[in-house]
Design a protein around this ligand. Structure first.
Ligand code: SF4
Ligand code: SF4
Length: 503
């Protein structure tokens, strides 16, 4: 395989149906907001509206629910110094109820916040007669321990699995397995598009903020998105079909929860098309922070838990599934499999450094057999505009483009532990990323198509990638959510300034 790199900074589309734009996920409390507009500086889509010095609002039609504004907001409720301690406690509790936050969370109440799901999940966990299943995104295992005072990037998959069992889950599965399936499906789709006439470039579809961005800003390009559901939704669909068969339980009796680094995942799991045979793929999503609250609330001594295994078969993953948590990871995982499927030769080197950088846009050419595959990786939606404009103008000859909405990929998601200092963020992102790559390097299986549980899944249940069953369960459609950026008489710009660089 040969590569050249140029690091520069520079399914049919459905008709408009914005009626499925559900409850906004991101909120700003007008009684707390000072109008500092730090949040507007990181918003990739100019969704924060208001005059400086006045309370801001979130334009829900534009917002892609990435949660970067929630991460950066540093203004929180004071101790209500004008009130007695009793009155201050009453006011705090009232505000927490408004936000549907568990009453015993001790953290400050910031002006910008996301909707909480923890109360809904803890209520459902007490319902008898159901099989409670949880899945965890790749990036949770490198960030959760930070909430328990451990250094940035501490890797704790075993303790996370143990904690989830103690919280009452009957099966602890892994979104990484869903990521391995994504590679099988998306890789096959790419090969088919390359050999059968496009449309190209094909875009990844695993980041829901990116998908929503495309639906709002570039609806005419939706047929360029891979039709694959995200790894979370893929695993959710498998849990209530293949998993239900293995457990001999009815899908209706499965309660499926996902732990995600991402605030947009709540929106994604609510999308009407995210169901299979009448059952929601994923019933509820919790963020990393919500899981940490829950573990603390239950008095679980997280760092002293024994390491436990994820359950089989939907919890057994390859290193390729793990690296979905960082920018460039989907591309690297796809090339590891695509190269071998197309050439029938072993990939000479598994660590693909040309997609591992930190620039907002990274491009490379990869020789895959006869094909000179041109790929691009976009980290952070503010960088997507320039590439999408070129695709729209027919000037972009790439085959495959990965887009992740957050600046360093899922490790920097809006639901991750909140870090307000830029220096802390850079340290944390670097450590989480290194930890993810270390986890991959230590994996016995590092390619999705070599994961024996993936091979078994296709043998026993799915048949073949892009086959009838996969098409039905694991692929989806996207929806136009407005006339698009070109039609808006506004200067939607790249004014977000959340460039992620370690240099
Ligand atoms: S939401 Fe937070 S960051 Fe945004 S303007 Fe208000 S106080 Fe500032
Ligand atoms: S930063 Fe993200 S979540 Fe916040 S308003 Fe902008 S698009 Fe919405």
């Amino acid at each position: 395989m040969s590569t050249t790199t140029d690091k520069s900074s520079s399914p049919p589309c459905m008709e408009a149906t914005d009626s499925d734009c559900t409850v906004p996920v991101i909120h700003i409390d007008p009684t707390l907001c000072t109008g500092c507009r730090r949040c507007a500086g990181v918003c990739p889509v100019d969704a924060i509206e208001g005059l400086p010095g006045e309370p801001q609002t979130v334009n829900a039609d534009r917002c892609v629910f990435c949660g970067q504004c929630v991460q950066i907001c540093s203004v929180y409720a004071s101790d209500w110094a004008d009130a007695s301690p009793q009155e201050a406690a009453i006011r705090r509790q009232a505000r927490m109820r408004e936000r549907d936050m568990p009453a015993d969370i001790g953290e400050p109440l910031f002006a910008a916040y996301y909707s909480y799901s923890l109360n809904k999940v803890t209520d459902m966990m007490t319902k008898p007669g159901q099989l409670r299943i949880v899945q965890c995104a790749p990036s949770i295992r490198v960030s959760l321990a930070e909430e328990f005072g451990m250094p940035f990037g501490t890797l704790t998959p075993g303790k996370m699995a143990a904690a989830l069992r103690r919280l009452g889950f009957d099966r602890v599965y892994d979104t990484n397995f869903g990521a391995d399936v994504t590679i099988m499906e998306e890789g096959t789709e790419l090969i088919r598009r390359v050999t059968e006439g496009g449309p190209l470039p094909m875009f990844t579809s695993c980041c829901p903020a990116w998908v929503r961005f495309a639906e709002i800003e570039y609806p005419d390009l939706l047929d360029h998105l891979s039709s694959c559901k995200s790894p979370m939704q893929i695993l959710g669909a498998l849990v209530k079909t293949y998993g239900a068969q293995l457990d001999e339980v009815k899908p209706a009796n499965i309660y499926s929860v996902a732990i995600m680094p991402c605030t947009c995942k709540q929106f994604e799991c609510d999308r009407p098309e995210m169901e299979s045979d009448g059952y929601r793929d994923v019933d509820e999503v919790l963020t990393t922070r919500e899981l940490a609250y829950w573990i603390k609330q239950r008095g679980i001594d997280f760092m002293n838990l024994p390491d436990e295994e994820f359950d089989s078969p939907l919890g057994k993953y390859s290193g390729a599934g793990t690296i979905f948590g960082v920018t460039g990871g989907v591309m690297e995982a796809a090339i590891r499999t695509g190269y071998e499927l197309l050439t029938n030769e072993k990939l000479p080197k598994l660590q693909l450094d040309f997609v591992r950088g930190e620039e907002g846009i990274r491009v490379a050419e990869v020789q895959v057999g006869e094909l000179q595959l041109k790929v691009a990786v976009v980290a952070g939606l503010q960088h997507a505009y320039q590439l999408l404009d070129r695709v729209q103008a027919g000037e972009c000859d790439y085959h495959f483009i990965e887009v992740m909405g957050c600046p360093a990929g899922c490790i920097s998601g809006g639901g991750q532990p909140k870090l307000m200092l830029e220096k802390q963020k850079i340290e944390a992102y670097r450590a989480r990323k290194s930890s993810i790559y270390g986890h991959d390097a230590a994996s016995q299986v590092r390619k999705s198509h070599e994961n024996p549980f993936i091979i078994k899944l296709y043998d026993e249940f799915l048949g073949e990638p892009l086959g009838h069953v996969s098409h039905h369960l694991l692929h989806t459609t996207f929806h136009k959510r407005g006339p698009g950026r070109q039609s808006r008489n506004s200067d939607v710009s790249t004014n977000g300034n959340n460039d992620y660089s370690l240099h």
